[in-house]
Design a protein around this ligand. Structure first.
Ligand SMILES: O=C(O)c1ccccc1N[C@@H]1O[C@H](COP(=O)(O)O)[C@@H](O)[C@H]1O
Length: 197
């Protein structure tokens, strides 16, 4: 199971996440988030992390120019995109991306293309609130290209057994306070994620 730990705001949390076994680190470029990080601060972290870790920039309803410029400046390798109004021209993005689908019911999982998606629960604040999706919505659906997010923590990961999700994404479930990660919670989270069958 691949694990992304989102909302990295400082180097120590980044290194603790990597040592816990995370595959990807998420940086929130959304100024209203308590986990917001400037592109410059993100770049300074990214320059100090070891190889083979993917850096992911999270964007909320931004335009192509902004996403391209921030990803370049902050050395992101993937853009995680919330594009509620479906206005982005993805062909103009100069970076690989994954779309976020924020769901409120099973019907929101219908008619998706064959791409990879990050699936999160719908919240007004866009994410990072610990709100869960109902796992029953994923029954009888191919989840092998879905990265599941929303309210995950080391105690509830076991419930994902049997769904075949591609990966999981967590923010608040591994924090000691908003914007500060807990080393132990990240260790426990990755350990449990690796036990999902
Ligand atoms: O983390 C944030 O502050 C945030 C802000 C705006 C949009 C998304 C955000 N985070 C993403 O939310 C999900 C789930 O987070 P949680 O585990 O429920 O706290 C995750 O994809 C984060 O990347």
């Amino acid at each position: 199971m691949r694990v992304k730990i989102c909302g990295i705001t400082n180097l120590q949390d980044a290194l603790d996440a990597i040592n816990a076994g995370a595959n990807a680190l998420g940086f929130v470029f959304y100024t209203n988030s308590p986990r917001y990080i400037s592109p410059l601060n993100a770049k300074e972290i990214v320059e100090k992390i070891p190889p083979f870790i993917q850096t992911v920039g999270l964007f909320v309803n931004e335009n192509e120019t902004f996403i391209n410029e921030v990803c370049k400046e902050a050395k992101m390798q993937l853009a995680q995109i919330i594009d509620d109004n479906d206005i982005l021209n993805y062909e103009l993005l100069e970076i690989k991306f994954i779309k976020v689908i924020r769901i409120e019911s099973k019907k929101d999982l219908k008619n998706l293309s064959k791409d990879y998606y990050l699936i999160d629960a719908f919240v007004e604040s866009f994410g990072g609130e610990g709100k869960r999706v109902a796992l029953e919505w994923f029954e009888n659906i191919d989840c092998s290209k879905f990265i599941l997010a929303g309210g995950l923590n080391s105690d509830n990961l076991k419930e994902l057994n049997g769904f075949d999700f591609y990966g999981v994404d967590v923010s608040s479930g591994v924090e000691e306070s908003k914007g500060k990660k807990s080393k132990q919670k990240m260790i426990d989270f990755v350990k449990e994620a690796n036990e999902i069958k």
